[in-house]
Ligand binder design. Structure first.
Ligand code: ATP
Ligand code: MG
Ligand code: MG
Ligand code: MG
Length: 471
């Protein structure tokens, strides 16, 4: 019988608990003590200080299923959602961690045992990568899996080398891929066709072996560590005999809830929209449950972009009434068991979605009409002018990625540079027309804005969220 996503999560955690790991709850999506990071985007985030040694825990091995959002900052998969088989904005990352306890050999041994014995994956559908400099990992894979070198690919790029930042722990990674079959376009990792969805990365093992102390100054860590991440939805797809993450029980249930509420066919021409809405519903609700509210800056602006992108897709499916808020019960039913915060925040999620949908509805209708007028004469390969994209942003509340997504199916791009120029121009005019207290006060206002918003990593879009406050 086929395992459910919940069972697959349990199997992972129990395997590592059996092997001496402490099960630790997922941390919130808003990192507790890291203002430089937009959202929790990996399992290791809550353990950062344990890895650097500035914090200690009563255990040296841990396992988690971590809530992650990759929709802003360095890792941004927003544009992939709806179009690849393997990307979500919100997903769960399963992980096992060794804080100076076991290292490479044990980590590979655990991973191999779990996927081939407990999960029962066939060996001949698996492939692994190591960093070109890591002969040790290649040798261990040969020994533990029995693979020949043809299934142990050496990758010289940063894809297989992880670092926390310019300084701090770092080291080579080894990734495990599943071959979904030659009927799917795509090549093995490292090949020119690697971007396809045939070989899907299911698990990334990071070997924290060095400490970078400065440029060109790297030392061996006396007690190296391990950090791994496996996408729950990706392993569920493999185990449920599906190629596509969106066909697993959990995502399929949400997609059917969308179709039911909208009165649409989930596999018809609006298939992409159903996927986008199901994904964005999860991201929006989990962010709200962790205290993020829609806003014109920072984290709240990323949430707003996700919500509005989903709302356009609801419009595309012909929904004339707000839709997202009606889907909250389906999400709570599907995931409330594992995540009590969904239960607690149900009313807040519902009201936040309904308010944002109601507010944006009229602007969306009018903005889409403007967009249709402005692009009527454009053809595939053309570009929408930056001025129009900016007017949509400024007057109709269209985040840039919403406009880009709206034109994507027709193969029309957006002049992003022109958009930024228009933004800069407006910013300059806002400065000029500032009559309050002269130039210095104006600078102070902008300084405050920048201070409050912080580093570029923190910006959803470099440059756009701050200006949104004035717009
Ligand atoms: P990809 O190359 O497919 O984008 P990645 O290398 O960016 O994945 P990692 O940063 O190594 O991903 O994250 C660890 C694991 O988390 C991946 O092996 C994958 O299983 C899962 N994962 C990463 N990004 C996503 C996403 N956007 N949606 C679902 N699962 C993801
Ligand atoms: Mg990625
Ligand atoms: Mg990758
Ligand atoms: Mg990876």
């Amino acid at each position: 019988t086929m395992s459910t996503t919940s069972e697959i999560r349990r199997t992972f955690l129990e395997f590592f608990v059996r092997n001496g790991h402490q099960e630790v709850a997922s941390s919130p999506l808003v990192p507790l003590n890291d203002p430089t990071l937009m959202f929790t985007n990996a399992g290791m985030v809550q353990f950062k200080n344990v890895f650097t040694g500035s914090e200690t825990r009563p255990y040296s091995r841990a396992t988690t299923s971590q809530k992650c959002v990759r929709a802003g900052g360095k890792h941004n998969d927003l544009d992939n959602v709806g179009y690849t088989a393997r990307h979500h904005t919100f997903f769960e990352m399963l992980g096992n961690f060794s804080f100076g306890d076991y290292f490479k050999e044990q980590a590979i041994e655990y991973a191999w045992t779990l996927i081939t014995r407990d999960y029962g994956l066939p060996k001949d559908r698996l492939l692994v990568t190591v960093h070109s400099s890591d002969e040790e990992a290649a040798a261990l894979w040969r020994k533990i899996s029995g693979f020949s070198d043809s299934r142990i690919l050496r990758i010289p790029t940063s894809d297989n080398f992880w670092s926390m930042g310019d300084t701090g722990p770092c080291g080579p990674c080894s990734e495990i891929f599943f071959d979904h079959g030659d009927h799917i376009p795509g090549g093995p990792p490292g090949s020119p066709e690697a971007d396809g969805d045939r070989f899907i990365e299911i698990w990334n093992l990071v070997f924290m072996q060095f400490e970078q102390r400065g440029p060109g100054d790297r030392i061996d860590l006396p007690r190296p560590s391990v950090d791994t991440g496996m996408g729950l939805e990706r392993i569920a797809a493999v185990l449920q005999g599906k190629h596509d993450n969106y066909d697993i029980d959990l995502m399929r249930g949400l997609i059917e809830a969308v179709a039911h509420a909208a009165g649409t066919d989930p596999d018809g021409p609006a298939k992409v929209s159903h996927r986008v809405i199901a994904d964005h519903l999860r991201a929006s609700c989990f962010l709200i449950a962790d205290g993020v509210l829609p806003a014109n800056e920072g984290r709240g602006y990323v949430l707003r972009r996700i919500m509005r992108r989903a709302m356009r897709h609801a419009h595309l499916m012909g929904c004339t009434e707000p839709l997202m808020w009606r889907l909250v019960p389906a999400l709570v039913r599907a995931m409330g068991d594992q995540f009590a915060e969904l239960d607690r925040a149900q009313a807040l999620m519902t009201e936040t979605l309904r308010l944002e949908e109601t507010r944006f509805k009229r602007m969306l209708d009018r903005g889409l009409k403007l967009l249709a007028d402005e692009t009527g004469a454009l053809a595939e390969g053309d570009c929408l002018s930056g001025d129009v994209a900016f007017r949509l942003y400024d007057t109709y509340g269209f985040p840039l990625d919403l406009t880009q997504d709206a034109l994507r199916a027709r193969g029309i791009g957006v002049d992003v540079e022109g958009f930024s120029t228009a933004m800069e121009r407006q910013k300059a005019e806002a400065r000029k027309s500032w009559t309050g207290s002269g130039e210095q006060a104006t600078e102070a206002v902008w300084f405050d804005v920048r201070e409050r918003i912080g580093a570029t990593e923190f910006l959803g879009y470099t440059g756009t969220s701050a200006e949104g406050m004035i717009a």
